[in-house]
Structure formats: C-alpha cells, structure tokens
Design a protein around this ligand. Structure first.
Ligand code: NAP
Ligand code: G4F
Length: 349
C-alpha cells in the first residue's frame, strides 16, 4: 500500500532531498510551504520533483495551519524539518528563532497528539546541541551545552520530542544530525559560501572570499546520505534518538584549502577575514560517533569530506560557466544580496 509522508520545510535543502528519496520509494509526498512575496520552490525544481509534490500552505508558528496540513495529508509519517536553521541569524533574531525552531516543534507534536498520535514523528535535531568545548567524538550520551539561541531552541525541541515519546507513547525520534551540505545548501552557510565564491574567483567574477572563524571544526557530510537516515529511524520497531555523522572533523580553513586546491589556486591570495562574520559565541569542534545508527539502522555515510568538497565546487563551476554562457536557472546565487551590504549588528571598535 502507498504510504504518505508530510514534510515541513520541504523548500529547504533536506526537505527537497528527503522528498526526492521518498518519491523514489513510492511514497505520496506532501510538503508545507510558507506564504512569501516570491515563490521559493527552486530546490524542488532543481531536483526535478516539483510537479510530484502535493503542496500545502502552512506555517510552523500557526498551529491551526499544521492541524489542517495533517488533516489534508493524513500521513503515516511526519518529518519536522521546518526551522530558522542559520545559527548566525539566531543571534540577530533570538526570539523569532525560539518561536520557529523551538516552539514550532511543540506545535507540531501537540497537533499530532490531538489529531492522530499514531503518526510517526521525526524531529530535525542537531549537533549544535553539544555546543562549545564538548568532549569528542560526540554520541547520544554526550552532555549538551548549547552555545547559541538556535541551539537552545533545538534543545527544547529535542526534549519535547522525548517527552511526547515517553509521556504519550508517541513514535517520536530525534535525528541528531551533524552538518550536512550539498549544492542546494543555503548560500549563507560556510561550505556553499566558499564553493560559490571560489568558483566565481576562478572564472574572474569575484576577487575575494571573506570569512569569519577559520579554526572552527565541523563534521561535514552529504545531505542526500543523511535524509535516508531520517526515513530509517521511522521504520524501526521502537522510536529512539540517533547521531548521524561521518566521524571526521575538518576546519573551515581546510575546507577553503581543499576547494582552492581543486581549482589549482592559492587560497592565501584570495582569503580575507572580517570580524563581521564572527559570532558572539561559536562552537569549536564537532565530530560525531554514528556507531549506534550503524548498528541499529544499518546506516553509514557514503560520501566523505574530500568527495563532498569536490561535488560542491564542481557543481558551482558548472552553474557559473553556464551562467556566463547566458543560461539562467532556478538556483539562488544570482539573486542573493552581496554579504558586504547586509547589516547585522553594531560592531564597536
Ligand atoms: P534550510 O535549508 O534552512 O530549510 C529550512 C526549511 O524550514 C525551509 O523550507 C524553510 O522555508 C522552512 N521554514 C522556516 N521557517 C518556517 C516557518 N515559520 N514555518 C514553516 N516552515 C519554515 O535547512 P536544512 O539544512 O534543510 O535543515 C533542515 C532541518 O534540519 C532544519 O530544522 C535544521 O535546523 C536541521 N538541521 C540541519 C543540519 C544541516 O547541517 N543542514 C544539521 C542538523 C539539523 P522557506 O524556504 O520558506 O524559508
Ligand atoms: O556553515 P555554518 O553557518 O554552520 P553551523 O553554524 O555549523 O550550523 C549548521 O550546522 C548545524 C549542525 O551542526 C545545523 F544545526 C545548523 O542548522 C546549520 O545547518 O558555520 C560553520 C562554521 C561556524 O563555526 C562559523 O563560525 O563556519 C564558521 N564560519 C567562518 N566564516 C562561517 C563563516 N560561517 C558562515 N556561515 N559564514 C562565514 O563567513
């Protein structure tokens, strides 16, 4: 029998890849989108699945719209990916981030509890929960020490997911996913920012890459690998929480070096550091131990760091070369404001 899934955040990176994966295994896919002045479906178009998705207008800050989305779709599985997901922006909009990324989870869980508590629930938890100065590699037992308003909001979502599981017997799982990237990652995230600007530098469209903290280390994986783990979690006998990662860690500087190496360029000639990209507090080192997921879900990452860097830069070169030849696509880069023109906070000397 055909299964149905409802995905909040289907217009984002993971939502689009998850939708593609579920369509590939013959699910009927419903996805919520927010009303905005300009439609934001470029990722679904880019992956060639836009026409196969059943779209429902809903906002995670509006409970009634979530209830309606559940009633319309009547899914077996509910994937809650909606979030203000940019850590940097959570320092600029801590209250909005709490509403969407934190309370949004409570709204989703409460809507499910009231409408149909049998629907299986996936919560997009994060390695940001571990925060700064955590022992590593981090696993499901490592203590949390959130270091941003984003992480605090996600921690509330993590605990409510457990509370609804333990208190109401709902099938609710936290996927504690470490950073995962792809060519459809948002441009503000460091990997895509590096690959996008590096490609433009290689083609003479840009001269400088301006970054913040180069020493931060992340465990970077590939988004299409990671969305499969979300589905696997909801196919188990018991609901549980799982770390999803590669167990490799690399600094932002290494990411830059690898990207420029691929292009045959010396990164030191193009890189500048600007404190406008430093966060009030940053997470210094993330490295995830995914052995529980490997044992119980039979999941492991397929793409490693060097392959990820290559996928990202190759696709960005391909896009900008085609753009130089006059082709236009539904991808976001040409429409994004130059970061130098974005004012975020007062920087005192
Ligand atoms: P993303 O590209 O930023 O996508 C976020 C999605 O949430 C977008 O579809 C966005 O819609 C939607 N959204 C934002 N505010 C909303 C609201 N008020 N109501 C309904 N939808 C709303 O993020 P991602 O990288 O795909 O990540 C997916 C989820 O996993 C997020 O919850 C993120 O925090 C979490 N996560 C990500 C990573 C990672 O490395 N990527 C790691 C751990 C956890 P618009 O398109 O309208 O903005
Ligand atoms: O790419 P980032 O913005 O990702 P961050 O903060 O690790 O968060 C991402 O991963 C989390 C999982 O751990 C998710 F929960 C979250 O939703 C998001 O997907 O920054 C990575 C590192 C940071 O240490 C940042 O300070 O790169 C450093 N960095 C240095 N220069 C920069 C820049 N980050 C950005 N975005 N832009 C810079 O210019």
């Amino acid at each position: 029998m055909t299964k149905s899934a409802l995905i909040t955040g289907i217009t984002g990176q993971d939502g689009a890849y998850l939708a593609k994966f579920l369509l590939g295994i013959k699910y009927k896919v419903f996805g919520t989108y927010r009303r905005s002045s300009t439609p934001n479906f470029w990722r679904l178009q880019y992956l060639g699945i836009f026409d196969e998705i059943n779209l429902i207008p809903a906002d995670i800050i509006d409970s009634s719209s979530i209830v309606e989305a559940i009633n319309i779709s009547q899914p077996e599985e509910f994937y809650n990916l909606a979030a203000q997901s940019f850590v940097g922006a959570s320092f600029e909009q801590p209250i909005g981030t709490g509403e969407i990324t934190g309370l949004g989870v409570t709204r989703a869980l409460e809507a499910l509890r009231q409408v149909d508590p049998e629907i299986r629930f996936y919560q997009a938890s994060t390695s940001e929960l571990y925060g700064n100065k955590a022992p590593f590699p981090q696993n499901e037992q490592t203590a949390f020490n959130p270091s941003s308003p984003y992480a605090v909001a996600k921690l509330s979502g993590y605990w409510n997911t457990r509370i609804y599981r333990e208190g109401y017997g709902m099938f609710a799982c936290n996927g504690i996913l470490f950073n995962h990237e792809s060519p459809i990652r948002g441009l503000e995230f460091v990997t895509r920012k590096i690959s996008n600007i590096a490609a433009k530098i290689a083609l003479g469209l840009e001269t400088t890459l301006v970054l913040g903290n180069l020493d931060a280390k992340r465990d970077w994986g590939y988004s299409p690998d990671y969305v499969e783990s979300m589905w696997l979690m909801l196919q188990q006998k018991e609901a549980d929480d799982y770390v999803i990662a590669t167990n490799e860690t690399h600094s932002v500087k290494e990411y830059v070096e690898k990207t420029f190496d691929f292009l045959g360029l010396d990164w030191q000639e193009y890189l500048k550091v600007d404190r406008r990209f430093l966060r009030p507090l940053d997470v210094n080192l993330l490295q995830g131990d995914y052995s529980k997921a490997e044992k119980k879900l039979k999941w492991k990452p397929k793409k490693r760091f060097h392959e990820l860097v290559e996928i990202m830069i190759k696709e960005e070169m391909n896009r900008w070369e085609r753009w130089q030849n006059g082709e236009r696509f539904p991808w976001d880069a040409p429409n994004y404001p130059h970061e130098a023109n974005i004012l975020t906070r007062v920087l005192r000397v």
